[in-house]
Design a protein around this ligand. Sequence first.
Ligand code: GLA
Length: 706
Amino acid sequence: MHIQFDSNLRLFSISTENSSYVFGLNDRGILQHLYWGAPVLAADCVSLMGSRSHSSFDAALDREAEEYAFWGGLSYMEPALKVRWHDGVRDLRLIYDGYRIEEAGNKETLTITLKDETYPIEARLIYTVVPGLDLIERSAVIVNTGSEDIVLESSQSAAWTMPTLENYRLTHVTGKWAGEFQLRETVLSEGKKVLESRRGFTDAHANPWFAIDNGRATEEAGEVWFGALAWSGNWKIVAEKTAFDLVRVTGGINDFDSEWTLASGESFETPVFVGGYAAGGFGSMSRMLHQYQYEVVAPGRDLRKVLYNSWEATYFDVNVQDQTALAERAARLGVELFVIDDGWFGQRNHDRAGLGDWTVNPEKFPSGLGELIDRVRGLGMEFGIWVEPEAVNPDSDLYRQHPDWVYHFPTRSRTELRNQLVLNISMPEVKRYIIGFMSDLLERHDISFVKWDMNRTITEPGMLNHPLNRQKELWVRHVQSLYEIWSELREKFPHVAFETCAGGGSRIDFGMLRYADQAWPSDNTDAYDRLSIQEGFSYVYAPKQMTCWVTEEISGMNKRVTSIPYRFHSAMTGTLGIGANLNHWSEEQLAEAAALVAQYKTVRPLVQEGRQYRLSKLKHKGLEAVQYVGIGKSGEEESVLFAFLHSQKLGDRLPRLLLQGLDPDERYIIEGIEGTYSGRALMRVGVELPLRGDFDSLMYHIRKQP
Ligand code: GLA
């Protein structure tokens, strides 16, 4: 049993392989958090329980450590639940009502029920233990058990209370278009640090994930407490430190401009906020989260295919001849999936028109898409296509017919972004339109991959189809409808893989990744810039889900010049793709690329399903390195190392790089290097890296000696 309740001590304890999580019911009936960290006996935590006060002004300090803070009485921390009753009263007093432990498959779930003293509401706190991983999934279900409406002003998924540390370092990511997933750290002082999105999707400016340590954890060692939220719309994670040195991280759907009305008998389920404890530094945290994706979020997904995407090669100028020529070259490289991007439909010759008109453009494809698809299939590749179903250009037939289908306020102008507006996908007719044209596209064509884009934040959040007093439900309804659409399409077309994209990496989170097989982290395809984007991505999300393209020698983004191997190695650390204009590549370049694609395929299971180790010790020398260990094609554990040297000063020797994750007692061979080496030697004495000059890179495939 992973979950237990000690009725004498009134303690709940959740144990995973390497962690304990303990909370109890104190003498005031408050569900008080007590402990989270390395394994302990629940009974040892009993002395931590009890109501505390400091002065009459700080009279309910135990409420600072509440498992699920309700806003009412003496509670001034970030609330997890804040409600407005039908009579205008805004005060909640949740008291413990009972618990239930259930087992389903290999999962164990604890549900605790809280009820208000007098008003008819139930808050169910749900804790699911993820077997084998030191993770707990938390969420809440709020139920209206009365006859009058209840307005939820804030209903968060969970609050994670931290243990006492001498310092609270918060690690998170920030970013922007073409510069997503940049790692940041800050030491929390008293007050709040808020990470959030208010833009309608997950957002490049922040990502719903946090990690806290005492300031000394490294990649390889130290304790890290972390969490990630499965929500693809407006979200909020608040890291709050009180004057009494208590740190709590509360997260869920952003309560900004948000309300949800629960009618009699209705319930509202928050997204899952998964939390974890890692004893082995940030590396072990990431490996846990990657495993969580492979086993729980999106189990049973195939290895991702090597894809070609023609966006950077042809932009909107797609036509059957050019795409066929690109496909022929892509096939020669060993590409397995050929994807056409924007521009194949309606009057979409630029980003000012056509979005919303999902019929094949007859000038570009006179015989329909079938001609190109047949050719692609004939070349032995699968076919994929780009869509952006949630948005519309005002210059489109769809908008001319249905100007009211977009979010807007009738008295205000409609702000355009990339010349487009967002469809109100909560309207049944809009949902039907999207599912209709997508089904048509996927039924009538042999398509096995969809890149689903969303190049627009939400503004003027008005829904014509919705009651005036419930307009603030838009942010949640958009995401719910999106999930419903994706889930229906996935069910109808199980053979089709989906990629989540939003102007680059603006919609990547555990909510979306339940439906998406892979994600586009950034429109920035510069091989060096990508290293830091991909590193930040890898803190939370798995390499298999990270689509990376090899593009031109001179980056279209920043004019940096890098070699073919460097660009490939950078893209080979995730799901490999190619986005260059292969029609301009010489025979030598194509041959070099084909050899690298073949190499990728030999290490693909390691990269896409193995354990990832970020080797960060030589960063100060300008060296980025990442290693994967997993079951290779041989059926044995193998490893692959990718190393990237940014630049080197004359005479500045690169120290040896220490590998990780190998069996110390095994002997290994490294392709391209003479001799055999023990795992111990590779991890303690390291490997020499023959990297020189600027933007140099290498890949070492490491196998056990036969
Ligand atoms: C977004 C995507 C790109 C590409 C374009 C097409 O910017 O991130 O990869 O698909 O849209 O318009």
